[in-house]
Design a protein around this ligand. Structure first.
Ligand SMILES: [Zn+2]
Length: 156
């Protein structure tokens, strides 16, 4: 019933001109990212389950791409799958992430990458909750969290 709103309420926030793809050299990524981020985002690595700081994060807010900062997932779509990785049943918007077949490690899985910069985020599996039935299984280290400002919290 409650429909998740796409991320583009404030459309004019960043120039979305001609595709807006973030392209950086491998050396640049290596310089900007932590070794853990680089391993996951740029080398399609996977962090150890239950190791990520955001796995148990229950705050309201946005999960952004750890590489380019794009809004990828919202806390409304996060749920505890028990897998040990942050899990979402839908991305923030249809164009926030891309999916493609991944046949590495002798398995056929659907890889999830950031639409903005092409970085590896995790995989999507068809065993998620309603309404999508999808489980976006995302590495915590591939994400940055931005808490939503809760209106007026009585401090003044
Ligand atoms: Zn990105």
């Amino acid at each position: 019933m409650s429909e998740l709103r796409p991320a583009d309420n404030s459309a004019s926030e960043s120039g979305s001109g001609s595709g807006g793809a973030v392209e950086k050299s491998d050396a640049q990524w290596r310089q900007e990212l932590t070794p853990e981020q680089y391993f996951v985002l740029r080398q399609k690595g996977t962090e150890r389950p239950f190791s990520g700081a955001l796995n148990r994060n229950h705050e309201d807010g946005w999960y952004r791409c750890g590489a380019c900062g794009a809004k990828l997932f919202h806390s409304e779509a996060k749920y505890d799958s028990g897998s040990g990785w942050p899990s979402f049943w839908t991305p923030a918007s249809r164009c926030a992430v891309r999916t493609q077949e991944d046949t590495a490690h002798g398995m056929v899985r659907i890889e999830v990458t950031c639409a903005g910069c092409g970085s590896h985020l995790g995989h999507v599996f068809p065993d998620g909750p309603k309404p999508t039935g999808l489980r976006y299984c995302i590495n915590s280290v591939a994400l940055g969290f931005e808490a939503e400002k809760a209106g007026n919290r009585g401090k003044g």
